[in-house]
Design a protein around this ligand. Sequence first.
Ligand code: RB5
Length: 144
Amino acid sequence: MAKILAIACDHAGVTYKKDLIAYLTGKGYTCINLGTDTEESVDYPIYADAVCKKVTSGEADLGILICGTGIGMSIAANKHKGIRAGLCGDPESASLTRQHNNANVLCMGARILSFEKAVEITDAFLHAEFLGGRHQRRVDMLEI
Ligand code: RB5
């Protein structure tokens, strides 16, 4: 089970990230907080890069990225070799992106989701496992 999580956000996700770290820490996860921690406007690719580096280096098991829509973070994260970032708006997609895509980064939109929904999505992502088998072949094809 994933225990060490790298987590970051831009200015749109500061409150969700802070509350999510408190929730996850209470559940026994170790959260590596990579910022940002104020509502001063910042550039989301910087924060996506920081989380992706922690995941690809093995310092974190999985990553979580939050911006306004989750879209910018997911675009930025998916440019990293070895990163499979899933932008999720519901728990079912979050489970399936772990099970089928072996997603190692979860992206969410703080301006799109309620905090309660973001927690449900995060729980679903963290509790699901990659199924391998036919999905492994497809995931291998992503690494070109
Ligand atoms: C910031 O205003 C916003 O563009 C950003 O949080 C995100 O939604 C980008 O995809």
